[in-house]
Structures are given as structure tokens and as C-alpha cells.
Design a binder for this molecule. Structure first.
Ligand code: BMA
Length: 340
């Protein structure tokens, strides 16, 4: 391997399929049996998409965006032995406060699931007098205790780094409005205790490239590699038929991830398959999590498709980093250091 994945668990049974020819213009290739979760996957759940998965004690666990049969989203936990076939728990996650009392958000969507020092954090979007970030922690996937909201409204797409940087929890987020936000850049913030957040810095913004000319937002938790933090994010364009969400890739400086080292000016995956182009919201590919195997350099990426399905794509650390470096353009949208 040319590049190394650092600090990731070895996952012998990471979901995997060898590259197929479909992906001429992309360093990612889709799982041939996509979607892995299609419509009506469980009682009371109409659609599962934009969801995160993690390796936990020999199995895979997911935090799923389960859109119920009244279109209100909540988080559901899924279990899987292969990362592909999921058994969804019957009940939505019952979040509690520090005293153990039920403390449910009005709704919860686009969960990310990240382990930092043995604690598993779910980070999602919720109502806090408008769209805002919610966080809860668990050690056993049975009790989920709410943590203070990190930011004021409005904000979405918060993604925690999988380790502390400079001794601090580090999180990307995307300040927004409370609707179908027509703008948005990725920012970074740090916290000593997961309660008080500061040192806010700009990381990167929309660009002149049309596929991400409207807004961007962090996707999966960054992967630590020998080249820097590998970030899969979403980029959005506006068309006469509405927004189109593609997947982009960037590499952030390992010690100071507000610095963008490389950023692909081309999308790395865009909606093409029927399950991505057709559904509740057509033309959406929305990444929320990866699984990585450091030993082989394999990466499996989970992404929501058309706000209807959950899909899987694969790449290797070498292929995706080479693609990002070969197509990299770092310009004004990433060099606003010093502007606070
Ligand atoms: C965004 C979020 C995502 C969704 C996307 C496309 O604003 O709400 O959950 O996938 O729009 O509808």
C-alpha cells in the first residue's frame, strides 16, 4: 500500500466486493446488490437512508435514520454480522438525560456514529427552535445519554473526529438555516469536555465547480491516514428540478484540520443508479459513515440514496487518495485561515 490508514481497528470481515468496470469516472464502486436497505424495511418505518455504521465487539452496529410512516425521522439501531444485512430494532432509540429520565428529541435525522476513547457518540440533526445538532453517548448500545447541544441553531451535518486533536474533541459542522438551506460551508470547532465548544475555524466552502456550487457539508467521520484526514463530504448543485447531492473528497492536515491539503474538484460519486435518481427526493447521494480496514486499506462507505434507500460503495485508501490528489484544486474556498 502507498498510503496507510492509521488508528483504525482491523476489520477482517469488512463488507467488500472487488472493483467493477461501472466506475470509470470514480474512485468508488457501488455494491452490486444495492440498496442494502430499501423501502418499508420494518414495521412503522417507511424509509431508511442517511445512516451510520460502526464495528463493535465482533458485529456491526448502525445508527439508522428511520423515517416513520408519518414521515417523521428518528434514530433506530441496527445489528449485522456482515455490515450488509441489517436487523433493525423494533423501538426507536430512547434517549435519556443524565438522571436516566427519558429525553427524546422532537425528531432526529442524519445520524453519525463515532467512537472516541471507548465511548460511542451519535450526532444528529434535531429541533432546538430550528435545525440544530444533538449528541448522545453510549458504551453498550442500550443506554443512550444525551450530551449538551454543542451549537446554537441553526446547524447541521456535525461530524466528530475519531480521536482528540491537541487533547480536544474536534468536530466539523455546517451552520445553516432551518429550511432547505441554499448556502453552507464546513467549519471546525474544539472542546475539552464535549460541553463547551470554541476555537471555531473555517475549513472549506462551496466552489466554482458546478456540482458543489451551492453548499457543502461534512459526511463521514474523517479517516486518519498517512496523508492527512480523509474526508468524504456532500456537495450540492441547484438545478431547475431542485438540488442534486454528490459525494466529494478532501484531505485535511493531520495536526490542524482547518487546513485543506487536497480537495478533488470533481465529484467522487454522483447519483446515477435508479435507487439514487428516483425516490422521495431524487438525485441524492449523502455519505454518513465509513468502515475501514487498516491491514488491507479497504474502505466501505455508507450513503443515503434519494432519501429513500441505504447504499454501500467501496474504495481503497490508495485509489481514493490518488484520485483526490490527481484532481486537487485548493483555492480561495479553503484558504481563509486568519479570518475569524
Ligand atoms: C438535506 C438533509 C438531508 C437530505 C437532503 C436531501 O437538507 O435534510 O437529510 O438527504 O436534504 O433531501
Amino acid at each position: 500500500m502507498k498510503y496507510q490508514i492509521i488508528n483504525e481497528k482491523k476489520i477482517d470481515n469488512i463488507p467488500w466486493q472487488d472493483r467493477t468496470s461501472q466506475s470509470m469516472n470514480s474512485p468508488l464502486w457501488r455494491y452490486s446488490e444495492n440498496p442494502i436497505i430499501a423501502r418499508n424495511p420494518a414495521k412503522n418505518i417507511a424509509r431508511v437512508f442517511n445512516s451510520a455504521a460502526i464495528y463493535y465487539k465482533g458485529e456491526f452496529i448502525s445508527a439508522l435514520r428511520g423515517e416513520e410512516t408519518n414521515n417523521v425521522p428518528y434514530i433506530y439501531i441496527g445489528h449485522s454480522s456482515d455490515g450488509i444485512n441489517w436487523k433493525i430494532e423494533d423501538e426507536r432509540v430512547k434517549f435519556v438525560d443524565e438522571e436516566g429520565k427519558l429525553f427524546m428529541p422532537k425528531y432526529a435525522y442524519d445520524p453519525r456514529l463515532v467512537e472516541v476513547e471507548g465511548i460511542y457518540y451519535i450526532i444528529w440533526c434535531q429541533d432546538f427552535y430550528g435545525a440544530a445538532i444533538g449528541i448522545a453517548k453510549t458504551e453498550d448500545f442500550k443506554t443512550f445519554t444525551r450530551v449538551e447541544n454543542p451549537f446554537l441553531p441553526f446547524n447541521r451535518n456535525a461530524v466528530l473526529f475519531p480521536r482528540k486533536i491537541d487533547g480536544m474533541f474536534t468536530m466539523l459542522s455546517r451552520p445553516s438555516d432551518s429550511g432547505h438551506t441554499p448556502f453552507g460551508d464546513i467549519f471546525i470547532s474544539q472542546s475539552k469536555d464535549m460541553e463547551f465548544w470554541g476555537r471555531h475555524r473555517h475549513v472549506m466552502g462551496k466552489t466554482d465547480a458546478w456540482w458543489e456550487g451551492l453548499k457543502i457539508g461534512a459526511g463521514a467521520a474523517p479517516i486518519e491516514t498517512s496523508e492527512g484526514w480523509l474526508l468524504f463530504y456532500h456537495g450540492v448543485t441547484n438545478t431547475c428540478n431542485g438540488y442534486v447531492y454528490s459525494i466529494g473528497g478532501a484531505i485535511l492536515d493531520i495536526d490542524n484540520p482547518s487546513i485543506v491539503k487536497y480537495r478533488s474538484e470533481k465529484f467522487i460519486l454522483t447519483p446515477e443508479e435508479l435507487y439514487e435518481t428516483t425516490g422521495f427526493v431524487p438525485n441524492v447521494a449523502f455519505p454518513c459513515a465509513t468502515l475501514c480496514d487498516a491491514a488491507t486499506g479497504r474502505i466501505a462507505l455508507y450513503y443515503g440514496a434519494a432519501d429513500t434507500n441505504l447504499a454501500l460503495a467501496f474504495t481503497t485508501v490508495d485509489e481514493v487518495i490518488d484520485f483526490i490528489k490527481d484532481n486537487s484544486k485548493v483555492g480561495d474556498a479553503e484558504t481563509e485561515i486568519g479570518r475569524r
